[in-house]
Design a protein around this ligand. Structure first.
Ligand code: MRU
Length: 368
């Protein structure tokens, strides 16, 4: 389970006994089994990302960075191996921009290195820095988002603040704290009465399998709901605030996130409920403006839709629920237009979902 001290929790780390091994939590097995999975090569990193042993935009980026470190150990020509690995890693998952961001950052560091420099040491340092910075970014989002929850708690005379979240943008999706969950964890630690509505998040069930698991491990009150329940709860004043994560946000504030996020935003707007997106700066795609047109949306295996994985009497199994020849489409993400978003919670502050809002917090990106 999670370590007693939430500060120490990490989703990815270098094995203390063997520095040629990177360890991660195997998220395919949660909540039934907590197993550590070992990455011994960059090819293991590719499989771990593609197969969603690790997932969530920030963690995908961190895993790519560590995979490039593993590549540097694998041959006598580390630079060539790193570039081969980078190409393969890029192709694993198209929507989360953190993957590209982390790869570019490591490759930039390599291209700036002097000849003969130890590329293993250099890639390791980049991977460590990416992870440490991610923890601080999530902490910043937690501190900023806490203000929103505090304000609602005051308005409600300290009655429970009901927050709806979709997918898993929690500790498991990042290196620690998470993005959407960070304000919730900070509020809970501060003694604010919070309760989380956890969307199941079909078809991979990141809500029921991951978010519910980590909220339970951190003793945060929560209730699992089916994906279609959110609108009903909002109509009956059972939701005070929606916070989701994002896999890629354009410079104009359009947000790609797990499929179904857009429908939650529509329901929130219709019911006058604040809809916020927790956005690490590493997830901003400064090169794109119109999310619906420009963000690539991942399509995944139809079996994720036709089959359900579960456990009974301690045994894991998969059952097919759809007829054998049913045509299936499985879009993994959708785009919520900026106009439906109340605000973006970044590590530097909360802003409007707009180019002006983002540039007010990140003025150095004006000419990007
Ligand atoms: O397909 P996944 O599980 O990688 O999708 C994850 C999400 O959509 C998260 O909400 C997003 O990555 C934000 S994680 C901090």
């Amino acid at each position: 389970m999670l370590p007693d001290n939430a500060e120490d929790f990490r989703t990815i780390w270098l094995c203390t006994d063997d520095e040629s091994v990177v360890q991660v939590i195997d998220q395919r097995l949660l909540p039934h089994d907590y197993c550590i999975h070992e990455l011994r090569s960059w090819q293991d990193g590719v499989v771990a990302i593609a197969d969603m042993c690790v997932r969530g935009a920030p963690l995908i980026g961190a895993t790519a960075a560590w995979s490039l470190y593993l590549a540097s150990l694998q041959t006598s020509d580390p630079e060539a191996e790193i570039h081969t690995a980078a190409i393969a890693l890029q192709q694993t998952r198209p929507t989360a921009i953190n993957l590209r961001w982390a790869i570019k950052r490591v490759l930039t560091a390599i291209s700036a290195a002097s000849s003969g420099e130890d590329l293993a040491a250099l890639t390791r340092l980049e991977a460590e820095n990416i992870c440490n910075e991610d923890v601080e970014i999530s902490r910043g989002i937690g501190e900023q988002g806490l203000r929103l929850i505090e304000e609602i708690a005051v308005e409600k005379n300290n009655a429970p603040v009901n927050i709806l979240t979709h997918c898993n943008a929690g500790s498991l999706a990042a290196v620690n704290w998470g993005t959407a969950t960070a304000p919730i964890y900070f509020a809970h630690q501060k003694g604010i009465d919070v309760h989380v509505w956890v969307d199941e998040t079909r078809p991979r069930n990141q809500g029921s399998q991951l978010t519910a698991w980590e909220l339970a491990a951190n003793q945060v009150p929560h209730t699992l709901i089916v994906d279609n329940a959110g609108g009903h709860l909002m109509q009956h004043e059972m939701v005070d605030l929606v916070i989701t994560g994002t896999d890629r946000t354009t410079r104009c504030g359009d947000v790609a996130n797990k499929i179904g996020t857009y429908l939650k935003a529509l329901a929130a707007v219709d019911n006058n409920i604040p809809f916020y997106v927790a956005l690490p700066s590493t997830t901003i795609d400064w090169g794109r403006r119109d999310g619906i047109v420009e963000i690539p949306i991942e399509e995944r295996d139809p079996a994720e839709v036709t089959d359900i994985f579960g456990i009974r009497d301690g045994k894991k199994f998969c059952v097919r629920t759809a007829a054998i020849d049913t045509p299936v489409s499985n879009y993994a993400f959708d785009v919520t237009p900026a106009r439906l978003i109340t605000g973006l919670i970044t590590e530097r502050g909360i802003c409007d979902a707009s180019e002006g809002g983002l540039l007010s917090l990140f003025p150095e990106m004006r000419n990007e």
